[in-house]
Design a binder for this molecule. Structure first.
Ligand SMILES: Nc1ncnc2c1ncn2[C@@H]1O[C@H](COP(=O)(O)OP(=O)(O)OP(=O)(O)O)[C@@H](O)[C@H]1O
Ligand SMILES: [Mg+2]
Length: 340
């Protein structure tokens, strides 16, 4: 069994009641009180699934919610059983809309807003030389995508915010940090102009604890946990963006208590039937796996001073709407449990 970097004694000494599963009793920010919720974490840990589940829970609570994917191969539509989510805002569920922001579409929208006329945009920006020039500006893609997300956060109609919640499925750790750092880099090298002002406005919203919370999605495994600790420390020290919670995703619910496991293994000594022995092996495997995860959950709690919410591994061939709803309901009860 792989348990490097962990206190083996600690891993195996864990009691398996619901104690390891339960969220850490830390008084935390209630994520439902924020308007801009960002989700990042290591590649493949479930960022898209968790942000979709969170957005679904907001929509079910009656909040008009916009789920933003950032320039990715759209995965959201298949979970909601909706049509493809592109660069136009699309309704995917009651109260829930989604959009996939690409730098090209965001830049076009921004430029048209500045230049007023689309035909001028086409003449200026779709020119081959101009396109190569734009591609060469580092961070421009990130700035326009963040700028579009920012626009939706502050967008108002009749004096009221258009969106109650903006949920951003942010890129994986490295690119996610780069994306969120861009406005700070811009304000450190420029001192005036459109880009500077835009970056300043974005920073103000990103760093406002009344509005924003960055959440860290992880699996209870060695590499994702290490990366989550790093992401947490860099966010705290460099980005200074308020953090919400750690979401430990894909955690196995414990099937046996410690005493049941002991009884099972004592009984196994008298079993000869191969099919029963195979079942006992499977049970032992599950117990080991749960113990290992419990160790990593403990490590998260020790290293990251944020509340932890835990989502189960859903046994399903495909993350369909029903499975997503299960996660949404679980997440809501975790967030609401013991929070202010
Ligand atoms: N709680 C869960 N139970 C079962 N399967 C899950 C769970 N969460 C995510 N998955 C599955 O894990 C895979 C990866 O999830 P997802 O696409 O959300 O990760 P991601 O972090 O967004 O990945 P990427 O870094 O590629 O964007 C998907 O097949 C998804 O259906
Ligand atoms: Mg994803």
């Amino acid at each position: 069994m792989v348990a490097s970097g962990l206190d083996i004694q600690g891993v195996h000494g864990v009691h398996f009641s619901a104690c390891f599963w339960a969220a850490k009793p830390l008084k935390s920010t209630n994520l439902y009180k924020k308007r801009l919720l960002l989700f990042s974490g290591k590649g493949g840990v479930g960022k898209t699934t968790v942000s979709s589940a969170f957005a679904l829970s907001c929509a079910r609570r009656g909040e008009k919610t916009l789920l933003i994917e950032l320039n990715v191969h759209d995965k959201v539509s298949s979970m909601f059983g909706a049509g493809r989510v592109g660069t136009e805002i699309t309704e995917v569920e009651d109260n829930l809309w989604a959009v996939n922001i690409t730098p090209e579409a965001a830049l076009e929208e921004y430029a048209v807003m500045m230049l007023k006329v689309r035909i001028v945009y086409k003449a200026v920006f779709e020119n081959r030389i101009m396109k190569s020039f734009l591609r060469a500006i580092p961070g421009l893609n990130e700035l326009v995508m963040l700028g579009k997300a920012y626009y939706h956060v502050v967008e108002k109609e009749n004096g009221k915010h258009v969106w109650d919640k903006i949920v951003v499925d942010a890129p994986a750790t490295g690119h996610g940090l780069f994306l969120l750092k861009i406005p700070m880099v811009i304000t450190s090298i420029l001192s005036s102009g459109h880009m500077f002002e835009e970056a300043e406005r974005i920073i103000e919203v990103l760093r406002d604890p009344e509005i924003t919370a960055l959440n860290l999605v992880t699996l209870a495994e060695e590499m994702p946990v290490n990366e989550t600790i790093m992401l947490h420390n860099q966010t705290r020290d460099e980005l200074k963006i308020p953090m919400g919670a750690v979401i430990a995703n894909g955690v196995y619910e414990p099937l046996f208590s410690e005493s049941e496991h002991e009884i099972l293994n004592a009984a196994a000594k008298h079993v000869k039937e191969p099919s029963v022995l195979a079942m006992i092996d499977a049970a032992n495997f599950r117990v080991m796996r749960t113990r290992l995860q419990a160790g990593y959950l403990k490590e998260i709690d020790r290293e990251i001073p944020l509340p932890r919410h835990t989502l189960p591994f859903v046994f399903t061939p495909r993350m369909d709407f029903q499975s997503l709803l299960t996660l949404a309901e679980k997440l809501e009860s975790e967030i609401e449990g013991g929070q202010s």
